[in-house]
Design a protein around this ligand. Structure first.
Ligand SMILES: [Zn+2]
Length: 260
């Protein structure tokens, strides 16, 4: 009896052990693929991030686009800015001469001593919206106060040239593309102060008249060096003897400006 129950007990124990072994086997057989390489959680986490990058890259593209149009929207929203999106005439000659958000800039808003005013760009250049924004900021925060300080009058116009033009630097046949090719540059030939008909004056970059104007141009150039990535003008080279070239060329380091 005692032996029997002992036998039964040990039989049960053996059975339990066997069934455990069975479960263990079944468990390990089923779960192994899940647990052993830790894949079940992993595949799940791997497959989850996998779709994410595409989603992220898809999301990365529209911002670039909407950022561009946001630039135009922001600029045109400012009272006093006379800017319009450039039409299909600004079609690129080639992909490398493509202008991002081309705009035609007729006038930019500035704060004058008498209140809100405008600086006209003559003739209206076609440039990238990003450049227009840089010029707008420069006019309002630096050039206008500087003009007022130098002449006691307001800056009313920039005589410009060289907006968008698909060409190489300094009109060479070979070499790097000019920033003008992507509309990210502007050439300034003269600054108009006040109304010429009412005793205003124009300061020519090539031929400043007198010390006052020469000093004004020096100061203009200094301030442009802070607002743009490249500034070239008389004395830089023969190609820039009669105008001030400013551009927003991307450089390896944002601080590495080219100012001559
Ligand atoms: Zn230029």
């Amino acid at each position: 009896m005692w032996q029997r129950s002992l036998l039964r007990r040990s039989f049960r124990a053996a059975a339990v052990a066997t069934s455990f072994a069975g479960v263990g086997q079944a468990w390990s057989r089923e779960v192994q693929p899940v647990t052993i390489p830790l894949p079940p959680p992993r595949p799940a986490s791997l497959s989850a991030p996998a779709p994410l990058p595409p989603a992220a890259s898809v999301a990365a593209e529209p911002p670039a686009k909407s950022e561009g149009s946001a630039c135009v929207r922001n600029l045109t929203a400012v009272a006093g800015n006379q800017i319009r999106a450039a039409g299909p005439a600004a079609k690129p000659d080639s992909e490398e001469c493509r202008v991002v958000d081309p705009v035609v800039v007729e006038a930019l808003a500035v704060r004058m001593s008498s209140g809100p005013g405008q600086v006209r760009l003559v003739p209206p250049p076609t440039v990238s919206c990003e450049l227009a924004q840089a010029v707008s900021r420069w006019l309002d925060t630096s050039l206008q106060p500087l003009t007022r300080g130098a002449f006691g009058g307001e800056l009313t116009a920039l005589r410009v040239g060289g907006g968008h033009e698909c060409r190489r630097r300094n009109r060479q046949m070979q070499g790097q593309l000019s920033e003008h090719a992507t509309g990210r540059a502007l050439d300034i030939f003269a600054f108009e102060i006040g109304n010429e008909k009412l005793g205003g004056k124009a300061v020519s970059v090539e031929r400043p008249s007198g010390l006052e104007q020469t000093r004004f141009l020096d100061a203009v150039r200094q301030s442009a060096c802070g607002a743009f990535m490249t500034v070239l003008g008389p004395g830089s080279d023969a190609a820039h003897a009669n105008h001030l070239h400013v551009d927003i060329q991307q450089r390896r380091a944002a601080s590495s400006r080219f100012c001559q």
